[in-house]
Design a protein around this ligand. Structure first.
Ligand SMILES: Cc1cc2nc3c(=O)[nH]c(=O)nc-3n(C[C@H](O)[C@H](O)[C@H](O)COP(=O)(O)OP(=O)(O)OC[C@H]3O[C@@H](n4cnc5c(N)ncnc54)[C@H](O)[C@@H]3O)c2cc1C
Length: 358
């Protein structure tokens, strides 16, 4: 809420739970109308923080886009060169990329194992199979934990699975592809899922307890939270963006961006420039920043981080005439914001007097 307070202190107004249902450009190209169901707001400058499936459901907005732009926005790809996963690290890809966190009243990885970092197995992306049919891949550092003192009186979340490997136990916890969050608490667990999960975790981590000469905890987690990103292209997807590769060992042959997206002549610069300010003839009056709008080679992939969205937002705001915020490192800003915009030959506008951020 800190940011909201700063916005208000500067005279901004914040409307929560306001879902934008359309974006309509004015007939003279001046005002942009944001539609929120029965309500409307007309703005001079807009920054849309919307994922793919929401942006492409804004009817007037989509209708105003050139077909080439829509093709770029629709493009999702994950080229996987055979060399990406070394021998012994290969697995069958499933229908989703899923993360799962189990909440333990006793954070035993702190209290019994003194393990607060690292993975189990060494590459948790390739999980351990267990006899109860639930694969386990642990990141000991990833999950909030509270302790009375270091390693004493701890409770918290443990990441027990983060992988695109085929499985259904975690995946089935999400309501549907448009609602990636699934939560199972002990009082709703009529089928004993949490006990089964505990036995899978204990089976997978048994060697660690043996090595530490310490008994395993008997109490199952009291809650399981999962995030499931669909790999079939529906709803919240994984990948959410374009990872293309020109490596010779890509199934189907080298796949430059233009081929990956089916857009002749498409370059990284055109992709970035277009998805950032997609409406033609408006300059940077409407900019779009979201984790989904990235195209890069598989070889340069370093993860899906919030940094990507924040960079796009800074680039969009710079195009709208706003300078580097003073808290942002100048060298980083020059390299990742200013130089990229100049290299991409974008169109800069004048500093706005008022704007709407969605
Ligand atoms: C479990 C998990 C752990 C992660 N860990 C890290 C990490 O450690 N470090 C890191 O950097 N990144 C991490 N990430 C990734 C990071 O969370 C994302 O990269 C980042 O949140 C993307 O931000 P975004 O603003 O682009 O998209 P989102 O966070 O998806 O924001 C889009 C917003 O738009 C809203 N919205 C959607 N439709 C509409 C509409 N029609 N009208 C109005 N609003 C709408 C949504 O409700 C949402 O709030 C993690 C992600 C997950 C799921």
């Amino acid at each position: 809420m800190g940011m909201v307070e700063v916005i208000k202190a500067h005279g901004g107004r914040v409307f929560q739970n306001a879902r934008v249902t359309d974006v309509v450009r004015g007939p003279d190209g001046k005002g942009i109308t944001l539609v929120f169901g029965n309500d409307k707001v007309v703005a001079e400058h807009v920054l849309l923080n919307l994922p793919r499936h929401e942006l492409l459901h804004l009817d007037h907005f989509k209708a105003a886009l050139p077909a080439r732009t829509v093709k770029m926005q629709q493009c999702i790809k994950f080229d996987v060169p055979a060399s990406l996963f070394p021998p012994g690290q290969k697995f069958d890809l499933g229908r989703s990329l899923t993360k799962a966190y189990a909440f333990y009243e006793e954070a035993w990885w702190h209290t019994r194992l003194n393990r607060t970092r690292g993975q189990w197995p060494d590459n948790a992306f390739v999980p351990l199979q267990t006899s109860v049919g639930i694969p386990i891949g642990i990141h000991f550092n990833d999950g909030p934990v509270r302790c009375d003192a270091p390693l004493v009186g701890c409770r918290g979340f443990l990441e027990v699975f983060y992988s695109p490997a085929g499985e259904t136990f975690f995946e089935d916890m999400r309501p549907d592809p448009y609602h990636p969050l699934g939560i199972l608490s002990a009082n709703k667990d009529t089928q004993g899922h949490l006990a089964r999960l505990h036995s899978a975790i204990m089976e997978a981590t048994q060697p660690l307890f043996w090595a530490a000469s310490t008994p395993q905890p008997l109490v199952a987690p009291s809650l399981l939270a999962v995030g499931v990103w669909d790999r079939s292209g529906e709803g919240y997807t994984a990948p959410t963006k374009v990872y293309y590769s020109t490596a010779p060992d890509i199934p189907g042959g080298p796949d430059p961006l233009e081929k990956a997206c089916g857009v002749p002549g498409l370059s990284d610069a055109e992709y970035r420039r277009t998805v950032l300010a997609p409406l033609p003839g408006l300059g940077a009056k409407v900019v779009v920043a979201n984790n989904d709008w990235v195209a890069q080679t598989t070889e340069t992939m370093f993860g899906d981080w919030a940094e990507e969205s924040l960079l796009q937002a800074e680039r969009g705001l710079r195009m709208q005439g706003l300078k580097r915020p003073e808290w942002l490192d100048a060298a980083y800003y020059d390299k990742k914001v200013w130089n990229v915009l100049v290299g991409d030959s974008v169109e800069f506008g004048r500093r706005p007097t008022a704007a709407v951020v969605v």
